[in-house]
Design a binder for this molecule. Structure first.
Ligand code: ZN
Length: 112
């Protein structure tokens, strides 16, 4: 099944120049987690929103003193990995947007 056309978003906070993704207040068992466990540096752990209203509700839960950012989740067509960074343009056709890691790999291959 293809998910092209469906936009997914995650919420991140910037801490010491690193992005920490909002995971949510509850884990799969419904146990309340400690506040420090609400964030993860891994995008795969992040709570994904496909509804902009739910996203806003999620944003409201976060403390206003932290720098909150909304990231659009994209899936790299080359490696299949999710990423939120600015995409790289594939050198193969100059129009496919791929993840920055694949962009670096292609740049290396094409300069050899
Ligand atoms: Zn990739």
């Amino acid at each position: 099944m293809s998910n092209i056309g469906i936009c997914e978003y995650v919420i991140g906070i910037i801490h010491n120049k690193d992005i920490w993704y909002y995971v949510g207040e509850y884990d799969a068992d419904g146990e309340k987690l400690e506040p420090c466990q609400k964030y993860s540096s891994f995008l795969s752990d992040a709570k994904h929103y496909d509804d902009i209203d739910l996203l806003r509700d999620g944003l409201d839960l976060l403390h206003e003193s932290v720098t909150r950012k909304i990231f659009e989740v994209q899936r790299c067509p080359k490696c299949g990995k999710e990423f939120t960074e600015y995409p790289a343009l594939s050198r193969v056709d100059n129009e496919t947007e791929i993840c920055p890691e694949c962009g670096v790999m292609e740049a290396l291959v094409f300069t050899i």
